[in-house]
Design a protein around this ligand. Structure first.
Ligand code: ASP
Length: 356
């Protein structure tokens, strides 16, 4: 085991788990972060693990509704640095509101990692009774200590894959679902009271940042913020009329059913983007379940835009959070050819495949 083999990274970013309620409204608070820090040090201390503690945005951090893709890049940079120094896992404490987006982003940055990257938070502040922060914190820390590989959200005794996470409940402690997938039901007995070791192969394996992560970090937070600004999300409701600037590089259409949108909206897109430089269309649906087929319905199928020369991408069965993070990632890492990243996860609808 190398000299850092008994170290884990803990990144404190804010959110309810770092907040106090004080009978009014929840706000990240320094004293709450101090209590959190003691609980973390105590837990990992019991396991014989040392903690490298980072507060990327200071103390007490942010409500996650204020986080943007620039913050995602900074967080990925903190994890990368720790992993390169030989730390054996990362615990990220994060607000619940946008945790699924951050988890999706990290799952792209750390795709295939043999080390654990575990995000958690809480729905209730720890000065509220009953609270869910203690159980989430200890459970997530246990997962990190157990060396469970990959990017996951740990919440309410379950591990949700980072690419599948969706916040489905606003208040209840069972906040996340694994969209079109299954959670892993974490068993605390995985931990063996400080006796846990990563498999030898994992310990010997050197961690290396992917080329794509390196590019994203080289480009930096502002590039990610600008990339996100080139994505326009449109929620289709019956009769609503979205506006486009004509400069969008990606249009995420959150339509209906298998990927359908009002013909008026599709017509508007054809009109606004009638020239060259057509945006990528992310054909999504308010129907969360199942793999979509935006070519299934004549006229309203978002796939019909492919006939007009638009690159149209099928959401497949991923949550919207993942689609947004994926588009940001593709635009940051490969702006000249985002297809090469999008096509790893999504199906591009070909003109000839569109329903006539
Ligand atoms: N608004 C909070 C946040 O996302 C909610 C939470 O953490 O539960 O930071």
């Amino acid at each position: 085991m190398d000299r850092h083999g008994r170290q884990v990274l803990v990144a404190l970013t804010g959110g309810t788990i770092a907040s106090a309620f004080k009978g009014a409204s929840a706000l990240p608070e320094e004293a709450a972060v101090d209590r959190l820090k003691s609980a973390i040090l105590e837990f990992f201390g019991e396991k014989g693990l040392n903690v490298v503690l980072k507060e990327p945005w200071g103390r007490p951090g942010y409500d996650s509704s204020d986080l943007d893709p620039g913050h995602w890049v900074e967080l990925a940079g903190v994890i990368r640095e720790a992993f390169e120094e030989g730390v054996r896992g990362a615990l990220v404490l994060h607000g619940t509101d946008t945790m699924a987006y951050t988890a999706a982003w990290l799952s792209l940055c750390f795709a295939g990692t043999h080390l654990p990257v575990i995000l958690t938070g809480s729905q209730f502040t720890r000065d509220f009774t009953p609270e869910d922060g203690s159980v989430n914190l200890r459970g997530a820390a246990q997962v990190v200590a157990s060396g469970f590989p990959g990017v996951w959200i740990y919440f309410n005794w379950k591990l949700i894959p980072g690419a599948r996470a969706h916040k489905a409940r606003a208040v209840h402690p069972d906040a996340y679902v694994a969209e079109n997938g299954f959670p892993v039901f974490f068993n605390p007995a995985w931990g063996r009271g400080g006796e846990e070791h990563l498999p030898q192969a994992a310990l010997e394996k050197e961690w290396r940042a992917s080329e794509e992560l390196r590019i994203a970090l080289r480009k930096g937070p502002n590039a990610a913020r600008e990339a996100a600004g080139r994505i326009r999300w449109v929620f289709c409701a019956p009769g609503s009329t979205p506006q486009f600037s004509g400069t969008e590089k990606y249009v995420g259409l959150i339509g209906f059913g298998s990927g359908n949108a009002p013909q008026k909206v599709l017509e508007q897109i054809r009109e606004v983007f009638s020239g060259p430089g057509k945006p990528h269309i992310l054909a999504c649906s308010q129907a969360e379940g199942d793999v979509k087929n935006p070519n299934a319905y004549h006229g309203v199928g978002i796939g019909t835009l492919a006939e007009g020369g638009f690159p149209v991408w099928n959401q497949m069965d991923y949550p919207l959070e993942f689609i947004h993070s994926l588009a940001c990632f593709a635009e940051v890492v490969s702006p000249q050819n985002p297809d090469r990243i999008l096509e790893r996860y999504l199906k591009r609808l070909r003109r000839e495949a569109a329903v006539k």
